[in-house]
Ligand binder design. Structure first.
Ligand SMILES: [Zn+2]
Length: 226
């Protein structure tokens, strides 16, 4: 499970869904899904604003590199959970107690308040219904779809849970995220090495306290909090 490496996934979104830039944009914009020349101009402005010389040797290609990085880090805006969770398998369950759990899905995101990274691990479990399951890798892809956007960890957690509810209609979903926020770690007085833990429970895990405790222990148990 831990072999999943989101950094290797640089695929761009399929062009099938709506993107407001598509219609009137220059070819480069349409190809990337973002207005890279505009990002480059903005990054150059930032360099000037902090007192740097954007034309010195080390910085000459920085706006171009930063624009590509921004495109990749926000690729989730141009992707959809449907593309991944839409592919399902039939799995005959007996009595609705066949839990599917994926732990330690690495995620990287950008906090929308500071445009700084936060990252960590997502743990996802669901109780299939209607004999429908998705591939384990699709859960990880779905985490990526929502992580590669400007985010709050709270919203990222609930969006993952809601997407699984929407596409798999399971009996219950539990999502737990452990995140480290660079806007806390790196900035002056608010320095802190604390992690942020967020949870979203749907269906049976929302309504049944024992089921919730059980799935939480399963997702976090054994090796966390070293
Ligand atoms: Zn922040």
């Amino acid at each position: 499970m831990s072999a999943y490496l989101p950094n290797l996934d640089r695929r761009l979104a399929s062009r099938s869904h709506d993107c407001e830039h598509d219609h009137d944009a220059a070819p480069e914009v349409a190809q990337d899904g973002v207005d890279r020349p505009r990002i480059e101009r903005a990054v150059r402005e930032i360099l000037i604003a902090i007192g740097e010389d954007p034309d010195r040797e080390g910085l000459q290609e920085t706006p171009m590199r930063a624009a590509k990085a921004w495109r990749d880090l926000t690729a989730g805006f141009r992707d959809s959970a449907q593309r991944h969770l839409g592919k399902q398998f039939e799995h005959r369950t007996t009595g609705g107690h066949d839990l599917v759990a994926v732990r330690d899905v690495e995620f990287h995101s950008l906090c929308e308040h500071h445009l700084l990274p936060f990252f960590g691990r997502a743990h996802v479990a669901y109780l299939p219904a209607n004999d429908r399951v998705c591939g384990l890798s699709k859960v990880a892809r779905t985490v990526d779809v929502f992580a590669r956007r400007l985010q709050m960890q709270e919203r990222l957690t609930s969006q993952i849970a809601d997407a699984i509810v929407e596409h798999l209609d399971p009996l219950g979903v539990a999502v737990i995220l452990e995140g480290e926020h660079m806007c806390m770690r790196m900035r002056g007085a608010s320095k802190s090495d604390s992690d942020m833990l967020t949870t979203s429970f749907r269906g049976v895990f929302e309504n049944d306290r024992n089921a919730r405790a059980e799935v939480s222990a399963l997702l976090l148990g054994g090796r966390r909090r070293s």
